[in-house]
Design a protein around this ligand. Structure first.
Ligand code: ATP
Ligand code: MG
Length: 258
């Protein structure tokens, strides 16, 4: 049964989408069947994995408003063993479209149940904001990866995100799901800057058992790959960035086996 993992931090630009694509590719390389779900109206994951917007008639939006079935929103990608449910800018009106819908935080969870068997991991690339979309993602998930950029303002955002996860954990839960923190992922480390290491110390002190051993360093390969619509495993397999995401994938596979 597919493990559903939200990749979430309401702070922008911390590496959520980069992690969704490259962790997905690294897990797929370990013979895991992956579904990527793009929950962000910016559609960065959709485009970054090589789909053209105009190619995606059915997106997560049509699924969420009940217009299309989730199966009709699944597209194959050029990455082996990765499918995607694309996003579109129509998601920007979802909050108001669902205003009168009861139990709307459970919509995505119910829909993912229908396809969960077909995958080993379902990765949810979340938008950088709190709202109905992130609520749906957290209520649908088994665990959360919180990417944290190794820079000063990271800390506040991390605390807010953890508070949000605590709220979901204590909420009444008809599907009897238990949400855990998969791990805090330190990203975009600039190893020429001592400050990043201070953030690493702080985060590791706060989450001694929940900080991934793998740290993602800054890498131009990671910036370049989405422009080519590919993962870094495809564009620069032997790069440090590719090795880091492959190491992260092994940590996540180990967590699932526990
Ligand atoms: N390890 C890294 N090294 C260098 N650049 C990176 C790294 N990770 C991400 N980036 C770059 O930082 C920018 C933001 O990354 P990304 O889109 O993954 O973040 P995000 O959290 O999904 O952003 P948003 O909150 O807007 O959805 C992108 O330009 C991306 O290429
Ligand atoms: Mg993103």
């Amino acid at each position: 049964m597919g493990k559903i993992i939200a990749i979430a931090n309401q702070k922008g630009g911390v590496g959520k989408t980069t992690t969704a694509i490259n962790l997905g590719a690294a897990l797929a390389r370990e013979k895991q069947k992956i579904l990527l779900v793009d929950l962000d109206e910016q559609a960065n994951a959709t485009i970054g994995i090589g789909l053209a917007r105009e190619h995606c008639q059915v997106t997560l939006y049509e699924v969420m408003i009940g217009k299309q079935s989730i199966k009709d929103a699944i597209y194959e990608t050029q990455e082996p063993d990765i499918d995607i449910i694309p996003a579109s800018n129509r998601l920007s009106t979802l909050d108001t479209d669902l205003i009168n819908v009861e139990n709307k935080v459970w919509l995505l969870a119910e829909k993912l149940q229908l396809i969960r068997e077909a995958y080993d991991f379902i990765l949810l690339d979340c938008p950088p904001s709190f709202g109905v979309i992130i609520d749906n993602a957290l209520f649908a998930s088994d665990s959360v990866i919180i990417p944290v950029e190794c820079e000063y303002f990271a800390y506040d955002a991390l605390t807010q995100m953890v508070n949000k996860i605590n709220q979901v954990q204590t909420h009444k839960n008809p599907l009897k799901k238990k949400l855990t923190i998969e791990g805090v992922l330190l990203t975009k480390l600039d190893n020429r800057n001592i400050f990043g290491y201070k953030i690493i110390d702080q985060v590791q002190n706060l989450f001694p058992t929940k900080t991934f051993k793998t740290i993602i360093n800054r890498s131009s390969h990671l910036q370049e790959a989405p422009m080519l619509g590919k993962s870094v495993l495809k564009t620069a397999y032997h790069s440090r960035a590719s090795k880091e995401y492959r190491a992260l994938a092994l940590e996540i596979i180990q967590n699932k086996a526990r």
